[in-house]
Design a protein around this ligand. Sequence first.
Ligand code: HEM
Length: 300
Amino acid sequence: MSTAQSGIFALGSPSHAYLEFDLQRGKDAGALIKAMADVREPRTTVGGVNFVSGFRPELWRNVVPDGVPTDLTGFNHNLTGPDAYEMPGTQHDAVLWLSGSSYDVVFDEARQAINALTVVTTIADEASGWPYRRYRDLTGFVDGTKNPSLLRAADVALIAEGKPGAGGTILLLQQWEHDVTAWESLSEQTQERVIGRTKTDSIELDPQPPDSHVHQTDQEVFGNVFRRNMPYGTVTSHGTMFVGFCCEQRPLQAMLESMVGLKDGVRDGLTRYTRPLTGAYYFIPAVEAIRRFATLAEAD
Ligand code: HEM
């Protein structure tokens, strides 16, 4: 039986750091996995931090050939729609997502992790996340309404026992910058047609506009995913960190293809007000799969 990294499901943490790393030239993929396996959360019952660590699928496959879904690939090419709208592929070698109860602990732990990994990696990208008005993203809409509950999330996100990479999951991490001026110039009713839900209560529109975000990512069409999105950024430059998990890559990729208009020629209305700056897929191994690379003993 494989154990999932618990931070994937640790809802409610208000402070987040997303760190992406590149393997230094000439360094060995196994050394990166070992270094990551030795990064540990602080031993405290108070103000702890959740770590979720993952790897570029091809890098993990190099070291553990049978330990990852055979068809899983990184976000190795830009995804371009029929009207040339582009989602950039900015794949890196490893990811560490930290979440905790306050930003000071997340900040300290993120710095320590970067220091510990500095022998084999360079930091390639970072963002910090924080919740907005309890459960809204920075469009002002409730984000996560159609998520599976925690009773079902593991079935949606985790690779089943007996399959390559069992107990692991596939993460799509994509940083979306919002065009706040353009978004705020829309009436509430127009914003609701873009999302496909009402703003105040998150009630699904019926009928759905064909270019609404909800229609373009409809899980009844593409399959279910488990989202842990968070607002990120500063007052003048901000957006949504899309953090989506699935036991297969296809639903996530099919949603992206639909959003750029490759499915039926209709582009997701939300892409007219938000722009992806990054895009990467990571394999998030089960705890046991990472633990066997650890070299540091547990503290007494
Ligand atoms: C700027 C980026 C994004 C924002 C602000 C955003 C926001 C939202 C909001 C407000 C909803 C409606 C409430 C809900 O069910 O959660 C929603 C639904 C959803 N979004 Fe996004 N989203 C973004 C990007 C993405 C991306 C990149 C994907 C997929 C790769 C995605 C997948 C979904 C799915 C699966 C749903 C539920 C659809 C259904 O009703 O079955 N979203 N999103």
